[in-house]
Design a protein around this ligand. Structure first.
Ligand code: ZN
Ligand code: ZN
Length: 343
């Protein structure tokens, strides 16, 4: 029985190119009680591997969180398999508007403690007492209401390239940090204001809305299916789009354009740009925004120091890295003093 990838990313990329078939990029999540995540994980891997599914899937006792791509021709079979699992029957699938056949190059199904690293102790509040889910139309209405406070539940590097008009976008590195900031900012308005929140695909709001209700907020709303589903509904039903810029996504596309507005700047020269890259120096890998011209001038690196390292023969780079811990910049997404124009 094959339970793990046998192909490298490069080999997979080649296969996808040769096959020349369209793939759909899909995400979904479901909170549900899973007794034995390890067995469930293996079950998914075996079936999805057969269907040529690729992606990053987290399974935990509390549920499943999946980002994946599937060949369009296998979509029905994939859907059928999902429907055969009781708690995934008719689960809402977020299908990306911009397709990219290489959004994922491996199938990774991982057993985790939680499906989102939210830093919350779930035993301290009722996670099932969520906010009211709203679709795009109602959401548009709500965010025009002067009594509404609209909050972006994502991290700084995500909201930087795109967010809803008039949203509060906490300058945070983690979900946990934003919860406290928002609570403190709105302490006076727990009862009178409407707290409306959104995130990429809706999953972060599932916990956040319950958390805020537990903290005494009376009117809590969340965007159903997040920005991904919002964009789909806006397009399908010809609604007014109130999202500016790009939706940051966690696959190799990094961002999905929702409106033509470019709301961020190249972190190196300051000109309008919303293309995220990772520093080419493997010891750094910093996530930042870089325009084409700077990419060329800097050899895809974030700093002169990285450019120098990157220019060394690969073996030498490797020996330099030896014994050193991986740079924590990887986790400090977009935070570095070398980036002059990072706000
Ligand atoms: Zn630039
Ligand atoms: Zn770098």
């Amino acid at each position: 029985m094959q339970l793990y990838n046998t192909l490298s990313a490069k080999e997979r990329e080649k296969l996808i190119e040769e096959a020349g078939k369209d793939r759909l990029t899909i995400s979904f999540y479901q909170y549900a009680h899973i007794g034995n995540p390890k067995i469930f994980r293996n079950h998914l891997f075996i079936h999805w591997n057969e269907l040529d599914v690729l992606g990053r899937i987290y399974v935990a006792n509390e549920g499943i969180n999946a980002q994946l791509s599937v060949p369009a021709e296998n979509f029905e079979a994939f859907k059928k398999h999902l429907d055969s699992i009781s708690f995934l029957e008719n689960v809402r699938l977020n299908i990306a508007i911009e397709q990219d056949n290489k959004s994922f190059l491996k199938l990774k199904v991982k057993v985790r403690h939680k499906i989102v690293a939210d830093g919350l102790n779930d035993d301290t509040f009722d996670v099932t007492n969520k906010g009211i889910h709203v679709g795009a139309e109602k959401f548009n209405e709500l965010i025009e209401d002067p009594e509404t406070v609209l909050v972006d539940m994502r991290n700084h590097y995500e909201s930087e390239i795109g967010h809803f008009k008039n949203a509060v976008t906490p300058d945070v590195d983690t979900f946990r940090d934003s919860l406290d900031i928002i609570e403190n900012n709105l302490a006076e308005h727990k009862e009178d204001k409407k707290l409306v929140m959104y995130c990429t695909g809706g999953i972060r709001c599932e916990k956040a809305s319950a958390y805020y209700k537990h903290k005494g907020f009376k009117n809590v709303y969340q965007l159903e299916g997040g920005i991904i589903e919002y964009a789909r509904q806006v397009k399908d039903r010809n609604l007014e789009n109130k999202f500016l810029g790009k939706n940051f996504v966690f696959d190799h596309r990094r961002g999905e354009r929702i409106s033509e507005d470019v709301i961020s700047n190249c972190h190196q020269c300051g000109k309008p740009c919303d293309t995220h890259v990772n520093c080419a120096n493997e010891a750094c890998h910093l996530l930042f925004i870089q325009c084409k011209e700077c990419a060329e001038a800097m050899d895809d690196c974030c700093s002169l120091e990285c450019k120098e390292t990157h220019a060394l023969p690969y073996e030498e780079q490797k020996s330099l890295r030896k014994g050193k811990k991986a740079s924590n910049k990887i986790f400090k997404k977009g935070r570095s003093e070398v980036l002059k124009y990072k706000k």
